[in-house]
Design a protein around this ligand. Sequence first.
Ligand code: FDA
Length: 387
Amino acid sequence: TKNYDYLIVGAGPFGMTFAYEAAKRGKRSLVVEKRSFIGGNTHTHVENGITVHDFGAHIFHTDNKEVWDYVQNFAEFNNFQNQVVANYNGKLFNLPFNMNTFYQMWGTKTPAEAKAKIEEQKSAALKELGDRQPRNLEEQAISLIGTDIYQALIKGYTEKQWGRKATELPAFIIKRLPVRFIYDNNYFNHRYQGIPVGGYTQIFENMVERSNGLIDVLTDTDFFDHKDEFMAEFPRVLYTGMIDQFFDYKFGELEYRSLRFESETIDSDNYQGNAVINYTDAETPYTRQMEWRHFDGLADEGKTIITREYPQDWDRTKEAYYPVNDDKNTELYKQYVKAAREEAPEVLFGGRLGKYRYFDMDQVFNDAFNTVRQEFGVADDFNFAHD
Ligand code: FDA
């Protein structure tokens, strides 16, 4: 067997970025991945010329120039902006909440008219509340934006996402509801946005290819089928799986929300006219429907692929997508962090599952850079994009 410096568990963006940076520093890694492909949840595949994101729509958006420049090394990005349309019982609204949405909702045409309308809606809600604090998500949302927008664009969608009534969800889930008094449907505020032309998987394939043979990847390999051998054999481990599973759930299970995806190939050049349509009513069982050809416009003629995203409860047989960062789980996570420090000092825990946090891709790259800085003693002002 080769003399590996690292065992890396998980071939997602965190694990692969660390492996690539380690290779640049002459270190050899074995990456084990339980799925049959690399890229983690950003994995994409191409079908009929259409790049399909296998785990939901992934749009790269960031203000972090270092991260943005870094990913440009591995793929060419287009200038895609997510401009989501909401379908509420057949009526269409632009998202995020902006002058278009307010026009569609109330016919208001100027920022002053829209502001007045929102104030009127909010003050009615605040009057109802009196002097007590919002007790649940519904009261919180109405006090921030009023009834009309809440009913049409927040209530049903949120209830489907969490699998619970808005009146039974904690208020803290919604801290702010940003509104824009300009006609601007760009979902994200970030300066740098786009999709890698041809998909995300190439980013991680290129990392392997450019590692001078210092990265080996074993797919279809679950760390837990060989944990004892791996731990005995490797001096250092980077683990990006679920932290509670690493410790055999000894303090209990961290909770997640899961998703189910259902895709369909349709004979059409343009089925829904937009990349993402959110279904914000409570009755439609899915939350969004993606049409992949609209992300990069490279699809072959005549075929289109759509994917519907259904939220579902999580259990160990399902994919863990969104951590439930409430007080109970936060406390539990802290116990695992303590165990990691005391019982597994040779293991680095990283990525969204290792840290039990929702990370966007840019945050994952940035966090991987920080782990590299810690591990290799690279100065804080080291720029990963230009070395
Ligand atoms: P990731 O989950 O990608 O990789 C971890 C890997 O470890 C997986 O491949 C897993 O199979 C493997 N693994 C786990 N346990 C293992 C074991 N025991 N043995 C072997 N392998 C194991 N971000 C963004 O910036 N823009 C966006 O638009 C979106 N959209 C989006 C939509 C949806 C529906 C979700 C759920 C998430 C997003 N994201 C996103 C977030 C994005 O998916 C996320 O930032 C990255 O995938 C996180 O990368 P990691 O490497 O941390 O984990």
